[in-house]
Design a binder for this molecule. Structure first.
Ligand code: NI
Length: 155
């Protein structure tokens, strides 16, 4: 078995520090806030969490050189289903990051906006995207009187 790269471990740790805070924030919404949106064209709470789960997963697949497969699965109908999918994708994405070799991370991959970047840069973009929407989700919470967690989670 090939040794997991130190860089892959670090990427997984960085991702999880943010994702665990996302999971914590997502867990604080009551079921009836599924469709809450702060303005008419905004993503709803459910759509926002689903978007975060799916986008990060897409970036990891892109970094691995895997073409998108078929249609995206349909969003679960309720918050518990969305949270379960988020947890499942988190586990898979973290494992994939840990297993990435230095060589894989340095490999140029075509991605969004007609750009080709080393896999490691797509994974950095994945984290930037997570951070952006995590703050948004926490604000959605605040607007509903829900105290957000700290912005990163350790351990
Ligand atoms: Ni987005």
């Amino acid at each position: 078995m090939q040794r997991m790269s130190k860089q892959g471990e670090q990427l997984a740790g960085h991702f999880l520090a943010h994702r665990k805070a996302t999971i914590d924030a997502a867990g604080r919404f009551p079921a009836d806030k599924l469709d809450y949106r702060p303005w008419p064209d905004a993503m709803s709470v459910g759509d926002l969490i689903w978007h975060m789960a799916g986008a990060h997963h897409m970036f990891v697949q892109l970094a691995l050189g895997n073409a998108p497969q078929g249609e995206r699965p349909q969003r679960p109908a309720d918050l518990d289903g969305i949270r379960a999918a988020l947890a499942q994708l988190t586990e898979g994405d973290a494992a994939a990051l840990r297993a990435m070799t230095e060589e894989q991370l340095a490999t140029p991959r075509p991605g969004i906006m007609n750009m080709t970047l080393p896999a490691s840069q797509w994974l950095a973009t994945a984290c930037d995207h997570e951070i952006h929407h995590k703050g948004q989700l926490m604000l959605y919470g605040r607007l509903n009187g829900i105290e957000p967690p700290f912005f990163v989670a350790r351990g």
